[in-house]
Design a binder for this molecule. Structure first.
Ligand SMILES: Cc1cc2nc3c(=O)[nH]c(=O)nc-3n(C[C@H](O)[C@H](O)[C@H](O)COP(=O)(O)O)c2cc1C
Length: 188
């Protein structure tokens, strides 16, 4: 295949998105969207998240060292889009309906409508050139009770339906392509 190079500014990294929940100074919850989020493992499971610029979410995390990450699925996409397009610094995000509760292990707000949520405690913060990179230990995971008998080694993503981001749009996932280690079946 012939290739051309493009500017690194065009960071095209198709990936799932999360509604990040934090606690404001007055005890109320705040939510925004973060796509710059990945997973890491060092004896225990962690999330790595980059928050750019100035945001209420960042202010709250720098103060509390805690956040929740609520996976955005097809049915919570527009709630998430609202949170991601309204600045918490300009006022409370109260124009749309949703419910939440506080975490069991970490004092962070968890969205009831989300099917898969992580309670996280920040263990390392790296200040970059304007952005902050947070490494956070996952202390608890809330899943929809309909998933409780799901085979965790064989998760059916087509049932969970995560929404996928690519600049500047939202997509659904397609069908399962195959199982890990099946390469011989497809390549030989
Ligand atoms: C689809 C989408 C993805 C976003 N991803 C990120 C991200 O990865 N990192 C980031 O710092 N901001 C991201 N944002 C921007 C914040 O969600 C946005 O600035 C939000 O208003 C911040 O709210 P807050 O002030 O209440 O924290 C994203 C926004 C949208 C709509």
């Amino acid at each position: 295949m012939n290739k051309v190079s493009i500017l690194p500014d065009w960071v095209f990294s198709p990936q799932p998105m999360y509604i990040i929940g934090t606690k404001n100074e007055d005890g109320t919850p705040n939510f925004c969207i973060i796509t710059w989020l990945g997973f890491s493992f060092d004896k225990l499971p962690h999330l790595m998240m980059t928050v750019g610029g100035t945001k209420l979410t960042k202010t709250n995390i720098l103060r509390n060292n805690k956040f929740s990450a609520n996976m955005i699925t097809e049915d919570t996409l527009w709630l998430a889009d609202y949170f991601g397009n309204k600045s918490g610094e300009k006022g409370a995000k109260t124009e749309v309906a949703y419910t939440y509760q506080w975490g069991k292990f970490v004092d962070v707000p968890i969205i009831d409508e989300c099917h898969w949520s992580y309670e996280c405690e920040v263990t390392k913060t790296m200040e970059l050139d304007g952005a902050h990179l947070f490494l956070a230990r996952i202390k608890n995971i809330w899943i929809d009770e309909n998933y409780k008998n799901m085979d965790m080694k064989n998760i059916d993503l087509t049932k969970i339906k995560p929404a996928i981001y690519a600049p500047y749009g939202y997509f659904s996932i397609g069908e399962k392509l195959g199982a890990m280690g099946e390469w011989k079946k497809h390549m030989l």
